[in-house]
Design a binder for this molecule. Structure first.
Ligand SMILES: [Mg+2]
Length: 177
């Protein structure tokens, strides 16, 4: 059985033929690295700034991330969900991430928010993530689209989905692999 067959069978089982797109938070929607750098400069004795209460809720959104998320979410053929790993030793991270999502994306998106360090357990067509591995990214059933925070390829990602599913409906290369 191929990955495509597995996804097709799963969609048949749950009776939902939409394209499911999972989107990571840290380094993709939320600027984890900017905040971590700022805090390390201010408080170098705290080795892991992400261990701090309210770290995650105060991250800035990455440029174009919110707009692109909302655009994808507004298309009927897409089922867009958050898929983010918690900072397990910081129990507040679960709450902070939920607060962040409500603030920038709204309460409806909180209902489609998966907090898991085992990303391969969420079955979907795509995962947009800044890491290739570490939290199950290398084992996801769908396609992994790599997000580059340095070049910020949100517009490439939007173009990919627009071209493939909305405009031409033809096969096109995944952005920035
Ligand atoms: Mg990430």
């Amino acid at each position: 059985m191929t990955r495509e067959d597995l996804i097709k069978a799963y969609k048949g089982f749950i009776n939902d033929d939409r394209i499911t797109i999972y989107i990571d938070m840290d380094g993709v929607l939320a600027d984890f690295y900017k905040k971590a750098k700022e805090m390390l400069a201010l408080e170098p004795y705290i080795k892991y700034p992400q261990s701090q209460y309210d770290f995650f809720r105060n991250l800035e959104p990455i440029k174009d991330a919110i707009e692109t998320y909302k655009w994808l979410d507004s298309q009927e053929m897409f089922n867009v969900c958050i898929l983010t790993a918690p900072s397990v030793l910081n129990a507040w991270s679960y709450t902070d991430k939920r607060i962040w999502v409500e603030k920038y994306l709204g309460i409806d998106v909180c209902h489609k928010m998966n907090i898991s360090g085992q990303k391969h357990q969420s079955v979907g067509d795509y995962l947009i993530d800044d890491n290739f591995e570490g939290k199950g990214q290398d084992k996801v059933i769908g396609k992994l689209i790599h997000f580059h925070q340095i070049t910020n390829n949100w517009s490439d990602i939007k173009n990919y989905f627009e071209k493939k599913y909305i405009l031409n409906k033809h096969e096109t290369e995944l952005p920035s692999q």
